[in-house]
Every structure is written in C-alpha cells, then in structure tokens.
Design a protein around this ligand. Structure first.
Ligand code: ZN
Length: 261
C-alpha cells in the first residue's frame, strides 16, 4: 500500500512577497509535493493554513502516514486545538517532517519541549551538508557531502533535546555549524527535522534536497495500526496482573479507578 504523505504549508510568503512568489508560483507545498511524487510508492496531498481547520481535520490526519510541515511568519496563527490534534497523531504513529523555519512552529516546540532556538543570518552563503550517518535510510543515495548555494545560515547552539540520531551536520561559509538533519521519536511517531529551505532561495528545486525529502518520508512512515490507546493510563488490579498476586499494604485507590490527570 502506498505511503500517504500530506504536505502542510502556511502559504503566506509566496502570496505577499514577489520574490518568493516568483520562486515558488505553485507554493512551497507544491514544490515539495512534486519532489515526493517522484516516488511511485507515495501518494501526496497538500494542505494550507487558510483551509478550514488548516486542512488538518481529524479525518484527514487519520488518513495520513507522514505529515511534512513548512511554517515561518504564521506560526502564531496555527490554532492550539490543531496542534493538539497533530501531536496526538504523532504519538499514535504518524510520521512528522519539520522543515527549516518550522523549528519555531508550535508543533515542533511542543514535541521537543525545549526553546528550539538558533543563530541565523540571511547572506546567501554556501551550506555544506556532511552526511555523518552514512548507513541511515535518510542518507540513501547521497554522496559524502553536498552543497546548497545560496542558503540562509542557521548556527549552533540549536536548543533541541539530544537527538535520537544525527544524520547531517552543516557547515556554512561564515564559519558556523549546525545539526541540520536530526531524528526523534515521540510515542509511536518518528520525527525528522531538516534544516534547508529558506523561502527566498530555490532550495526545494535542489536535487539532493528533494532526495532527502523522499528518503525521510519512507523512513518516517510507521506501517503499524494507529496506537489509539497511547494516552490511556489504566489501573491494573492485583488479581488481573499477568501473575496474580495478593494485595499488600495500605492503598489510596480502588481497583479499576481512573486516577488523577
Ligand atoms: Zn529562512
């Protein structure tokens, strides 16, 4: 069965800035979707901020294996209840790929639990991405390093939790370095953060960037059924333990009680 990818974009820069609009007349989401559609094993749809429920209804997310997120100037417009919903689906097993300025999106900060801050500079530099985890599926088909020019600089310290895996480290012409491809798992859901993708440059036309996006969708897809009970916290009475035991000592709670949240 094909992997169902959904590319979400706030879709604002392209409509308010002529430079970005000329670079991406189909929208950044359109360029990313076209890159993913090259993989015959993936079906791709897109969603944007202005759609009802930001295009992320319960039903649509239930039919999504991997969500790709591009946001920047409109992070604050994303409704909390939609963030709750996406977070829940990640916990249940939906993959999430967060791109570039999405490091400050509500969903990424929520899932990381840290500031997710970094240094930055918009000076059209060379970015050299070193593949530091050569055997990782997200690096499949890539050379030892590849370059993007021009790109925006993002520099360390990047205040994320220690990643599960680091796939890419970027060096920039001005001297800074950055962990530009990192993975996490939250609940049953795999998360990949990928740094490149500044809206003022044609980064999503870059062949190796497009390859990384395709690899990441395949890596992030969890084919298991949604873990819908991921948030449940059931009480297991002593006589229903895997090995039946005698209850000992004082107790505060009754068998089967719901407990506090
Ligand atoms: Zn940027």
């Amino acid at each position: 069965m094909a992997i169902r990818a959904l590319v979400w974009n706030e879709y604002e820069h392209e409509r308010v800035n002529g430079l970005v609009g000329r670079l991406y007349p189909e929208g950044i989401h359109g360029a990313i979707a076209a890159a993913l559609a090259v993989d015959a094993g993936v079906t791709v749809e897109t969603a944007t901020l202005d759609e009802p429920e930001h295009g992320l209804s319960e039903a649509r997310l239930a039919q999504t294996d991997v969500l790709v997120w591009w946001g920047h100037r409109a992070h604050g417009k994303v409704e909390e209840k939609i963030v709750d919903r996406v977070q829940r689906r990640v916990w249940e097993g939906m993959g999430l790929i967060v791109l570039h300025s999405g490091h400050f999106s509500k969903i990424f900060k929520r899932l990381m639990g840290t500031p997710c801050a970094l240094k930055w500079r918009e000076a059209g530099e060379v970015e050299r991405l070193w593949v530091v985890n050569r055997g990782h599926p997200i690096a499949a088909g890539l050379p030892e390093y590849f370059e993007i020019e021009p790109e925006e600089m993002y520099g360390e310290p990047f205040t994320i939790p220690e990643p599960m895996e680091t796939v890419f480290i970027s060096w920039f012409e001005g001297g800074e370095v950055f962990r530009s491809g990192v993975t996490f798992q939250r609940g049953a859901g795999r998360i990949f953060y990928f740094r490149p993708g500044h809206e003022a440059y044609p980064t999503y036309r870059h062949e190796q960037v497009r390859q990384v996006l395709r690899n990441a969708v395949r890596w992030a897809c969890n084919p298991a059924p949604a873990w819908t009970a991921v948030g449940d916290a059931p009480n297991v009475p002593h006589d229903r333990a895997p090995v039946a035991i005698e209850a000992k000592g004082p107790r505060l709670h009754q068998d089967g009680e719901q407990g506090f949240r």
